[in-house]
Design a binder for this molecule. Structure first.
Ligand code: PMP
Ligand code: GLN
Length: 380
């Protein structure tokens, strides 16, 4: 009983496994999603400034007021929603902790939570460890769209939450206004919380706008939006993010957050608050990452890997069925060991390990890195 696992199906995450293998074999790592370039010197200088100013003790539990205030201004200007920084914004230890805490706050044993797969790896265990039941809506290659009428059929009186993600990891797909209208129709008048992972809010390409949950006030009445500053600042190692939710949901969220981490890194919160005063940097990210996506697409254009369209995020999917019919986990291992390029098998994002012969490459890398990897992949 002592060692009876609450998460018997969980092993080491595919991101950790592939990064470790990439290091071991000296492979180019386009697997785990993190930039291979540094964050801005100005931002690093601001962290030092606030450390030297003595901001080295516990932050207030919901987050440094200056950061919550600038986040409220950012949300107003980008998504048109007025939120109260004191009662609707909580600074978290990255998006992962926000998502985990949101699920822990609201999911009781035997509650159903609808997940859209392929899905980011942290959602399912967060639900299961709290005794909830993940109910899967499965999307499919190559389009990875949601048919909301079919998703609606999964909703029962036990459904407590729907977890969605836009821009989407791993597919790079984004939700459109029409999707939100459908979701609004499903969620409003039902006692269902919508939890939206918006870690890649600033990485939306081709002139499209990010359709945040926060643009939809009727959904926001029962909605929570999660953001990751790691993606916005090229600082995935800082593990900073935030969750935005109406006061009644935030009040409950903070009861759990308070005893989960209590508060997160103080000098970095001050630094990010000051850094966000100049929006130009984060507003430039769409173009910055779109160029990287296009660079990778261009460099791979003569390869036998077939690209699936990426509308946002760090990721570009490739169909390798013209090269091999191996299962994707076998294929990425061979790619890594024989060709020294690390990728992520998309089956890892499906609870049934669905095989679509598709791999994920991360293009949040310097052009030099992408060029080297693409030169290798184009010869296969
Ligand atoms: N959600 C998605 C969709 C992600 O891809 C990631 C990781 N990159 C996270 C959440 C976790 O973000 P964080 O590092 O801020 O915890
Ligand atoms: N979100 C990153 C990815 O999808 C990985 C983060 C992690 O390793 N947990 O690659």
């Amino acid at each position: 009983m002592l060692l009876s696992s609450k998460l018997p199906g969980v092993g080491t995450s595919i991101f950790t496994v592939m990064s470790a293998m990439a290091a071991e074999h000296g492979a180019i790592n386009l697997a785990q999603g993190f930039p291979d370039f540094d964050c801005s010197d100005r931002l690093k200088g601001l962290v030092e400034k606030y450390m030297r100013l003595g901001h080295n003790q516990y932050a207030p539990m919901p987050g440094v007021p200056a950061l919550r205030k600038i986040m409220a201004e950012k949300i107003k200007s980008l998504y048109g929603l007025t939120v109260d920084p004191d009662t609707e914004i909580t600074i978290t230890s990255g998006a992962t902790q926000a998502l985990y805490c949101a699920v822990s706050t609201f999911i009781r044993p035997d509650d159903d939570v609808i997940l859209v797969e392929p899905a980011y790896d942290s959602y399912r265990p967060s639900i299961e460890v709290n005794g909830g039941r993940p109910i899967v809506y499965e999307m499919s290659a190559p389009d990875y769209t949601i048919d909301w009428r079919l998703l609606e059929r999964l909703i029962t009186w036990k459904t407590r939450m729907i977890v969605i993600n836009t821009p989407h990891n791993p597919t790079g797909k984004t939700l459109k206004e029409a999707d939100w209208k459908e979701l609004q129709h499903l969620a409003v008048n039902r006692d269902i919380i919508v939890l939206c992972d918006e870690a890649y809010e600033h990485l939306v390409f081709d002139g499209e706008r990010h359709e945040s949950l926060l643009r939809y006030p009727l959904i926001y009445e029962r909605g929570m939006s999660v953001f990751s500053f790691g993606k916005t600042l090229h600082t995935t190692g800082w593990k900073l993010g935030c969750i935005v939710a109406p006061p009644d949901l935030t009040k409950e969220f903070r009861k759990v957050h308070q005893f989960n981490v209590f508060a997160v890194n103080t000098p970095m919160q001050h630094a990010v608050a000051e850094y966000f005063e100049t929006p130009d940097d984060y507003l430039a990210l769409n173009d910055f990452f779109e160029k990287k996506r296009d660079f990778l697409l261009g460099a791979m254009s003569n390869s036998r890997f077939k690209p699936l369209h990426s509308e946002g995020s760090y990721f570009q999917l490739y169909d390798y069925s013209a090269i091999s019919d191996e299962p994707d986990t076998e294929f990425v291992k061979r790619l890594l060991i024989e060709h020294k390029v690390a990728a992520i098998p998309v089956s890892a994002f499906y609870s049934n390990n669905k095989q679509e012969r598709v791999i994920r490459l991360c293009f949040a890398k310097q052009e030099e890195t992408l060029a080297k990897a693409a030169a290798i992949l184009s010869k296969i």
